[in-house]
Write a protein that binds this ligand. Sequence first.
Ligand code: AVJ
Ligand code: FE
Length: 437
Amino acid sequence: MTDNDTLRERIAGELSAARDRTTDLTTAVDEADLVRQHSPLMSPLVWDLAHVANQEELWLLREVGGLTPIHPEIDPLYDAFEHPRSKRPTLPLLAPGEARGYGHEVRGRVMDLLEKTRFGGTRLTDGGFAFGMIAQHEQQHDETMLATHQLRVGPPVLSAPPPPAAGDAVTLPPEVFVPAGPFTMGTSTEPWALDNERPAHVVDVPPFYLDTTPVTNAAYATFIADGGYDDPRWWTADGWAHRQRAGLEAPLFWRWEGEWVRVSFGVALPIIPNEPVLHVSWYEADAYARWAGRRLPSEAEWEKAARHDPVSGRSMRYPWGDFDPTPEVANLGQRHLRPALAGSYPLGAAPSGARQLIGDVWEWTSSDFLPYPGFTAWPYKEYSEVFFGPGYKVLRGGAFSVSPVACRGTFRNWDYPIRRQIFAGFRTARSASLETA
Ligand code: AVJ
Ligand code: FE
């Protein structure tokens, strides 16, 4: 097989994995549920369904293939910048059957195009980038649809086996040390890395300590029991104002029934003490860290702990090395519907000793979403550039809800500091040098 054939097979596999997941998420509920808005924070599922097909048509059929538009009149309906999520249910959207038919038609033509494509003739086809971007895009919307499922009220419709029960956080040192020194952040070589992950650049990081695992439900419950939500000392001014206005008292989906109960995809059960906490906003994560006498890690600290190999001095693709994620090293890809216990996945540990940096829960960092030095928007400004600035905080590492194709040691996610419906948790850090303490 030629390299081109290998790449073609990889692309075909990733596109069909994404479509299988989309199909599962959109056939688990009936048609009324597909068009309903489960939360003003989210689109109706049927919007995501047609939006992924529309983006696939735009980037693969029109841009790569040079084909004429199939349904140009629907483009504005599925342009995420034309209509906010809260307004999408009022649009004349394609009905579920039409949306499925459109997706099927686009995908059929994409498979024909893939057969004919010679990779590397243009920047969009170099390394199969545009195809990889579209597989990632569909998987990102699958994660968004999974968040819609979590917000949906009604009997459970999704199920999955629990993650392997190997959490040994209690026997691990609570924090790991990352010595001072430069490391390479971001990438200029990963073929499917998105524009905001580029280019690779050297960052000098002062020494710091990082939690070995994400913060657990038990630890977070102690913060609540200690009055953490009632003490403005732990919160930033914006965070405290938001906590007051929104009436925050616990993570989203938690409720007090003499003990803390968490509703997970329609199933209410007591919280699992040693499971990483989920569905907290940046403000809550930041307040917890201050209460604990610590702080959130910066994005550079997170990435150094996850990728820097002190032996070779090189940055690896993942904490465990350069090979793609497997079920033995990380909880990714919606194989499970919850994070694994803190201390799981010893085979996925970073050289620093930190565990579960990839998978389980997205991890809030202290950093604003900003371009790296030398950034250029590619292939469109609306993927990253329009979001740069102090309004968004960066999350790293992916969660159980994230497909491996949309997760790397360099991958950057971002959201508003108030957001909690995403699959976000966090871990804390502290400086080791007095100058930066
Ligand atoms: C990277 C998750 C913030 O969902 O808004 C989907 C990904 N971009 N369609 C988002 C994305 C365009 C994006 N996040
Ligand atoms: Fe999108």
